[in-house]
Ligand binder design. Structure first.
Ligand code: G3P
Ligand code: CA
Length: 242
């Protein structure tokens, strides 16, 4: 029995428009244990689930999320860029995703996007939303902004955090411990079996991203990682269940 957690990266984003409910539903259908999402803040202070700082790439609109109101963001089509099949998809609010996570009883990795655009009090807002849905246990918060993660541990130590990075870090388990994190979320190319083992011996989970190919997934399985962040939960499940 395989215990590795599969997080659908922005849902099952190889098969449906990233960070939409079609993508999340597909991830669950494909057997993902959870989903990974990205969070920003709108002009009027709502927590918006979208990867980029701007809506240009994944919608029919233009502009920075920080400069758009919720009403403007909700009027955008977030599916047609991917395929006509998904016309009418909307950008989700974090609250809507939390409701879905609760209903499906799945795990959640919230990536706080906080740089190069910095959002005032995004850490507090995310924490309060997760608490309101009673999803602290099921959630891990990650970010490339490690100050945000350290801050979260200061104000809400019950939250699990994951250190996102893309460099080949020296002894990342020491850095993670220093920041009070529960996990590292490294670019998969930067880890090896020894790093994974050292992390786990130090109580730090290893959840690499974004692992899509069968060979890379097999390598991560060999490394005995704790979780996988993937665009292809179906391939991931097949490899890990094998
Ligand atoms: O959380 C893993 C991964 O999503 C981090 O990079 O750019 O896809 O948000 P990015
Ligand atoms: Ca992400």
């Amino acid at each position: 029995m395989n215990n590795t957690i599969i997080y659908g990266h922005r849902g099952a984003s190889k098969y449906a428009p990233e960070n939409t409910f079609s993508s999340y539903v597909k991830a669950v259908e494909m057997g993902a244990d959870g989903i990974e999402i990205d969070v920003h803040k709108s002009k009027d202070g709502y927590l918006i689930v979208c990867h980029d700082e701007k809506v240009d790439r994944t919608t029919n609109g233009k502009g920075f999320i920080k400069d758009l109101s919720l009403k403007e963001i909700k009027s955008l089509d977030a599916g047609s860029w991917f395929s006509d099949k998904y016309i009418g998809e909307r950008i989700p609010l974090l609250e809507e995703v939390l409701e879905f996570v609760k209903k499906e009883n799945i795990l959640l990795n919230i990536e706080i996007k906080n740089g190069p655009i910095f959002y005032d009090k995004i850490e507090e807002d995310v924490i309060n939303a997760v608490k309101a849905y009673d999803l602290v246990e099921q959630t891990i918060i990650s970010s490339f902004n490690h100050y945000s993660l350290a801050y979260i541990k200061n104000i809400a130590k019950e939250f699990k955090t994951g250190i996102l990075y893309i460099a080949g870090m020296i002894e990342p388990w020491k850095y993670a411990k220093e920041a009070g994190a529960s996990a590292i979320h490294p670019l998969f190319l930067t880890i090896n079996k020894e790093i994974v083992k050292e992390c786990q011996q130090n109580g730090i989970m290893v959840n690499p991203f974004t692992v899509n190919g069968e060979e890379e997934l097999k390598l991560m399985k060999l490394f005995n990682v704790d979780g996988i962040i993937t665009d292809c939960p179906d391939i991931c499940k097949r490899v890990f269940d094998d």
